[in-house]
Design a protein around this ligand. Sequence first.
Ligand code: DC
Length: 223
Amino acid sequence: MIIAIDGPAGSGKSSTAREVAKRTNSLYIDTGAMYRAVALFTIENGIDAHLEISESVLSHVHIRLEPSDSGVDVYLNGSNVNDKIRGSEVSELSSVVSSNRDVRNKMVSIQREMALECVNKGGSVVMEGRDIGTVVFPDAEFKFFLIADPKVRAQRRAVQLKEKGVPASEASLYQEIVDRDGRDESRELSPLKKAETAIEIDTSDLSFEEQVENIISVIKGNG
Ligand code: DC
């Protein structure tokens, strides 16, 4: 069984997907982390992400996801890069690398391979991203599209940053979110879009538990 969870940043997608995977005993695949790892590779190797990414550059990029207590560990060329891929420089650049055709082709093929390896052994997969229900697994058994009011998403992000001791203005976070949505929705390749058959869940007024329960009840046939 494949469960696809797509949606914009800050919609509650990652935390919800991780918990749904835990409760359904599924493999959790965070596809955003893979684009982030490619972005990190370009930074660490002085590659211009706008101009210099090619199949030959990508042949030096080996990304592996390993299940862990926190959900998933991300390895880039053998090194654990969990922390490094969450910085703001990588976040910005991951949006650039994810619009590159060669990058998308490579990531999508790794994602399909990882998921099918698990499914072929009788397992289930929760895969989270932007294009899982539309491109990676359009025939997934379950497809969800999480959304939330940009103002709520900016508030959530501000709280997360505050917890890390990083000061942030909600107004500028709001603008960043609106700008990023615009870029993700209008890009030529695999734009952020709800699959026709996906179930849309607006998490603006939902608690974390309600978000998770909404999805679990659909999977169990009670939704
Ligand atoms: O979900 P995230 O913020 O970790 O994603 C990082 C970047 O990768 C973000 O700019 C969107 C992009 N992305 C994508 O284009 N396709 C996916 N399936 C997942 C993420």
